[in-house]
Design a protein around this ligand. Structure first.
Ligand code: ATP
Ligand code: MG
Length: 404
């Protein structure tokens, strides 16, 4: 456990019983690296806040209303501190109507989603496991705390979480029969879950060691169709997507591989609706824009032009996604450009062009830039000031002479 986490835990524990909970306990018991530390404390949120102020911890209190405070222990590490609580009815299927504090740890664990996530560790190292989480960890079984139909009705995101955990935990894990059955029955209820929350779980599936169990689960259970109704791949197309997805680690490449056969505009609409970041959206769009490139016959000069337009990284990824072998000179050129991306930038400025061509600022400058870029793409050696100047002066003088 990182020292900073231990220090925060100790300070809170000195004030009131405080437990390690959630994914951290699960992952410690599984013997895998913990990336996310959650504490549950008997202290009221205001007391946690006051302690944080006293010790000079940076905090975020976005979830304060629901008893949660994020303590930022270092640049790359933050800690969720939640006050022990029970939740009342769920009005909007996300936030409970009321949160009741002053409950004990077992009651707090009872509001959690799956048994393997409903264990706590005390400061002295005892495990509190009222729902058989440890046994389910051994059996590799994802089981709900309580009745799955009731728990999924309260918060339908839990169905997405089930598939996210399948992808993270590995192929030898399965859903408990009652969980499976409840998802089949209640898939439609996720319509009311915000796109952000579903996207977050979907993204975690794409980041998992093995995204396929999660993706297949979403598709087969029908959850997917309430998220992106425009995506109905045939079994054959889905198999092809699966094979493609499995070849990549990068979540953006996995995502692009999944929608490889879809209309680009439909994909963009979906990514917007699903609140994907602009960065992800732009990368997927660029990759889809170059998917028709025939790499086996692509001339090197065109590869340079595409690289300038979309970026060398996108081109290298697009080439991987296409899964075909490129003309070797294209491959070599892309690697060269990846090491020297400045080669794609003209070795002169717009001011230079205006002076050499004797023109005023305006659209004509843009036209010259395109012309020069085309010219250097035919032979990158031309990309030096002298050669560019000679070319512009000559061409401009010809144009004046012949009235073009
Ligand atoms: P990870 O290690 O990937 O962060 P995690 O299990 O810690 O997984 P979180 O989303 O960080 O998952 O949530 C922390 C804990 O809070 C969970 O382990 C679970 O006990 C509880 N939890 C989170 N979301 C829900 C939910 N929608 N319904 C019930 N309990 C939840
Ligand atoms: Mg977590």
């Amino acid at each position: 456990m990182p020292e900073n986490v231990q220090m925060v835990w100790r300070i809170l524990q000195d004030a009131a019983p405080t437990y390690l909970v959630g994914g951290a306990v699960r992952d410690l018991l599984r013997g895998v690296a913990v990336h996310d530390w959650d504490l549950a404390t008997a202290l009221a949120p205001e007391s946690v806040s006051a302690i944080a102020v006293r010790y000079g911890w940076r905090t975020q209190a976005l979830g304060m209303r629901y008893g949660m405070i994020t303590v930022i222990v270092s640049q790359s590490l933050s800690l969720e501190v939640a006050t022990l609580r029970m939740e009342g009815d769920y009005n909007d299927q996300r936030h409970p109507n009321q949160v009741k504090y002053g409950v004990d740890i077992v009651q707090d664990l009872g509001r959690r989603d799956f048994t393997i996530n409903a264990m706590a560790l005390t400061w002295t190292g005892s495990l509190i496991d009222p729902f058989g989480g440890q046994e389910d960890l051994q059996r590799h079984l994802l089981k709900a705390v309580g009745l799955p139909t009731a728990r999924f009705r309260e918060d339908p995101l839990r169905m997405w979480r089930a598939f996210r955990f399948l992808s993270q935990l590995g192929r030898d894990w399965s859903l408990d029969e009652t969980v499976n059955h409840a998802i089949g029955e209640l898939a439609e209820e996720t319509k009311t879950t915000s796109y952000e929350r579903r996207r977050e779980e979907f993204w975690r599936i794409l980041q998992s060691v093995d995204p396929l169990p999660g993706l297949n689960g979403l598709r087969n259970s029908g959850l997917w169709s309430y998220w992106w109704s425009g995506f109905h791949p045939s079994s054959q197309d889905w198999k092809t997507s699966e094979r493609r997805v499995a070849q990549f680690q990068d979540p953006v490449l996995r995502l692009t591989a999944l929608v490889w056969c879809c209309d680009a505009e439909v994909v963009t609409k979906w990514l917007t609706q699903g609140r994907f970041s602009n960065l992800v959206k732009r990368r997927v769009q660029s990759l889809l824009a170059i998917r028709r490139v025939d790499w086996t016959v692509l001339p090197v000069q065109e590869a340079r032009s595409l690289a300038r337009h979309h970026g060398v990284d996108v081109l290298l990824d697009g080439y991987k996604l296409a899964g075909s072998s490129a003309n070797p000179s294209v491959t070599l050129e892309l690697y060269r450009l990846a090491d020297n991306p400045q080669c794609l930038t003209l070795a002169c400025s717009g001011q230079d062009i205006m002076a050499w061509a004797e023109i005023e600022p305006g659209p004509e400058v843009r036209h010259w830039i395109s012309l020069l870029e085309y010219w250097i793409d035919q032979d990158p050696v031309r990309n030096n000031r002298q050669a560019l100047q000679a070319y512009v002066v000559q061409k401009a003088s010809n144009a004046r002479k012949f009235g073009r």
